[in-house]
Write a protein that binds this ligand. Structure first.
Ligand code: NI
Ligand code: MN
Length: 224
């Protein structure tokens, strides 16, 4: 499975299917054609171009209903539940964050914010969504054993590097990829410092990607 960071919280996972998570692309256009889209919550920097893509989309009930009203084939689900689509398994995990849908100048309740564990070709990726640190991340480790953890580190709207260091330990994935930083000035962070702090004190690896950069991950060797 090939994981690509497309900037901010947007990642593509390409294996037997192509999955796109939180398709907000700060600059430029979408370089891939997804089979399935997963949306963690309704904030514009996550919902992004979902309504325009019109692909099968996994989202929490409230967001799925909104997307269905825009003609998107949405699959509603909720925290703690799982759905398998074309062999790709999506488990919706909690996130400590808010959610708000905006459309044509109006605002709507967007359900609660979430994260996902997505398993494709035997590799499991935990995308934390926007979240604070919470100790039940240990349950995500115990239940789903993710191979990779995608963690927000930007601060202000999500946890920052200090909290994400604890989150990385709780999730226990051998590989951590930081996200949701440097997109705009309020979430600027020194991720190299985050990387060094984790790698100095744990056996985990932190891959700092540039937007558009990919890594290949297999369940046997996360850094193959
Ligand atoms: Ni948000
Ligand atoms: Mn966000």
């Amino acid at each position: 499975m090939r994981l690509t960071w497309l900037g901010h919280a947007c990642f593509s996972l390409v294996g037997s299917r192509t999955v796109l998570i939180d398709p907000f692309i700060p600059e430029g256009s979408l370089p891939i054609e997804p089979d399935i889209v997963a949306v963690t919550h309704a904030h514009a920097d996550h919902l992004g171009m979902t309504a325009r893509l019109k692909k099968k989309t996994v989202a929490i009930n409230e967001v799925a209903k909104y997307l269905a009203s825009k003609g998107v084939p949405a699959e509603p689900m909720n925290i703690g539940g799982s759905i398998t689509i074309d062999g790709v398994r999506f488990t919706m995990t909690p996130a400590l964050h808010s959610s708000w849908l905006e459309d044509e100048g109006m605002g709507f309740y967007g359900g609660v914010a979430a994260g996902f564990v997505i398993t494709i070709d035997g590799t499991s990726v935990y995308h934390a969504g926007d979240t604070a640190l919470f100790s039940d991340m240990q349950i995500i480790r115990d239940l789903y054993r993710p191979d990779v953890a995608l963690l927000p580190v930007g601060g202000r709207f999500t946890m920052g590097p200090d909290e994400a260091m604890v989150a990385a330990r709780y999730v226990g994935a051998p590989l951590v990829v930081p996200m949701h930083y440097d997109t705009f000035p309020a979430i600027r962070q020194d991720v190299q410092n985050f990387k060094q702090a984790i790698e100095r004190t744990t056996s985990m690896r932190v891959m700092v990607l540039s937007p558009g950069e990919s890594i290949d991950i297999s369940p046997e060797s996360p850094l193959a």
